[in-house]
Design a protein around this ligand. Structure first.
Ligand code: HEC
Ligand code: HEC
Length: 432
């Protein structure tokens, strides 16, 4: 009796649960499929590929590069290393709007970028203004130092040791007075007349350390002599392996794991590729690194000229249309690399999304009050904030049409889905 009643009740319960599940899950499943179909359409259309794990690691170069990356000896006054501004514990940035310079009270004019996947073949330009690039087909560099550039560079011994844009990049922070070289009059590297002399002094300083002699010999057993190019090459090998990010939920989704993203993230990815218009500029597998654009970003800090202005790509090309353009940043792990934009003006990704929906009005309504805590504690000075109406006008006039005509319009739901995509889908658990 008890038995029958129990099993009868049980059966009713089971049928009821099944019915409920069917009612609940049926439309859910259909939506998920529609979302996947739509998203996969965009993945194909925009040719997004998952990032691949790095190949062909050279352990000896990695060990040397790692040692160099954390070594203060690379800076003129032996007081900072690459890791000061690219701290692996801060997602390879410094978590500041702008880095604190090596000389007392200087502030570096641009935000310290993250170092993820910078050896990716689609990434054509280094730095916020793309002033360094490398054509691997012709083995030709374009850099701020003439002796490395062109088909027959004067210092071919250096370029031959480099081998990539990332390696060439690494030999520039060490000769930047703000970043590592130090102020003139404070050390011999800072006082060197040319880039080449500064590089020579630095490599000699490093090779005078016994431990390094051994590490260089192991990393480059075929070289008769070591130059600054080898140092750049080793730093690049370390960075490419250490900051390789290829397992974000977005990468897993592209590789075919449809459950890697939640429905909200999938909707956010669709917003990114449709109404958000993000993919107009954040193109390619890295979701950036290829295009330049003027998105009318507010300007904070010392800037690049006497007016504290930063005209970005214009300084490199001298073309009017490049004024205020910056390289569109790649977006892997962007949730971990606040603050944002070339002068670090936004503290959060929702602020960035608000910027895009306001269009060029964002520069007029920029709220810099969040910086005051840092001004007191980190910089010890007030940061310049651009409010000159003429320069703001110029920047707005030159801005990309999507911003100039306020064409990015998003509902609250779309904003929150887009934020989920940026925050969750693009974050690699390895770097959290
Ligand atoms: C004082 C802070 C500071 C130090 C020290 C420093 N960097 Fe940077 N790094 C920056 C800033 C700021 C930029 C962006 C400059 C620009 O674009 O004009 C940058 C840019 C880069 C980039 C280009 C990233 C990209 O997406 O194009 C790489 C790579 C890099 N640094 C690696 C290094 C290495 C390697 C070292 C040590 C040899 C180093 N940095 C030392 C602040 C620093
Ligand atoms: C017109 C081209 C363009 C469009 C459209 C665009 N971006 Fe950008 N994005 C850029 C450029 C250029 C920068 C760097 C601007 C600067 O530093 O002044 C940037 C910076 C960013 C940053 C900051 C990254 C960092 O490391 O500082 C994020 C996040 C971002 N964009 C997300 C988006 C999203 C989300 C959308 C769509 C709603 C979008 N972008 C649309 C060109 C664009």
């Amino acid at each position: 009796m008890y038995q029958t009643e129990f099993s009868y009740k049980g059966r009713v319960m089971r049928i009821a649960t099944m019915l409920m599940l069917m009612v609940c899950l049926a439309p859910f499943k259909a939506i998920a499929n529609d979302l996947d179909r739509e998203l996969q359409h965009y993945i194909q259309q925009f040719k997004y590929k998952a990032i691949e794990a790095p190949k062909g690691a050279n352990q000896n170069k990695y060990i040397l590069g790692k040692r160099l990356f954390f070594d203060n000896n690379l800076s003129g006054n032996k007081n900072v290393s690459c890791s000061t501004c690219h701290d692996p514990n801060k997602a390879s940035g410094d978590a500041l709007p702008l880095p604190v310079g090596v000389t007392a009270k200087t502030i570096v004019p641009r935000n310290s970028p993250a170092l993820f996947n910078l050896d990716h073949p689609e990434l054509k330009f280094m730095f916020w203004d793309g002033r360094l690039s490398y054509d691997s087909v012709g083995d030709v560099y374009t850099t701020p130092s003439a002796v490395l550039n062109g088909d027959y560079p004067e210092r071919m011994d250096i370029t031959e040791a480099l081998g990539s844009a990332l390696a060439a990049q690494a030999i520039f922070p060490i000769i930047s007075h703000d970043e590592m070289r130090g102020a003139k009059g404070t050390n011999p590297v800072a006082d060197a007349d040319t880039d080449e002399q500064a590089w020579k002094l630095l490599i000699d300083r490093i090779l005078a350390i016994d431990e390094y002699k051994e590490l260089f010999r192991k990393a480059y057993p075929d070289a008769d002599q070591f130059n600054i190019g080898h140092l750049g090459n080793a730093l690049a090998e370390f960075q490419r392996l250490e900051f390789a990010s290829y397992n974000t939920p977005w990468d897993r989704y592209i590789r075919g794991d449809l459950n890697a993203l939640s429905s909200s993230e999938k909707r956010g990815a669709i917003v990114f590729n449709t109404v958000g218009r993000c993919t107009t500029c954040h193109t390619g597998s890295l979701l950036g690194g290829i295009e330049f654009a003027n998105v009318a970003s507010p300007q904070v800090g010392p800037g690049k000229d006497i007016h504290h202005n930063d005209e970005g790509r214009f300084y490199v090309t001298n073309r009017e249309r490049d004024r205020y353009q910056f390289r569109t940043p790649p977006l892997r792990n962007v949730a971990l690399t606040a603050p944002y934009f070339h002068s670090g003006v936004y503290k959060s990704l929702s602020d960035v999304i608000e910027h895009y929906t306001k269009g060029v009005d964002a520069v007029d309504s920029y709220d810099s009050s969040w910086l005051s805590l840092l001004e007191n504690n980190t910089y010890g000075v007030r940061l310049f904030v651009e409010t000159n109406p003429y320069r703001l006008f110029r920047k707005k006039e030159d801005a990309h049409n999507l911003l100039k005509h306020r064409m990015i319009r998003l509902s609250a739901q779309q904003k929150s889905d887009l934020l989920k995509f940026l925050e969750t889908s693009l974050t690699d658990p390895k770097f959290k």
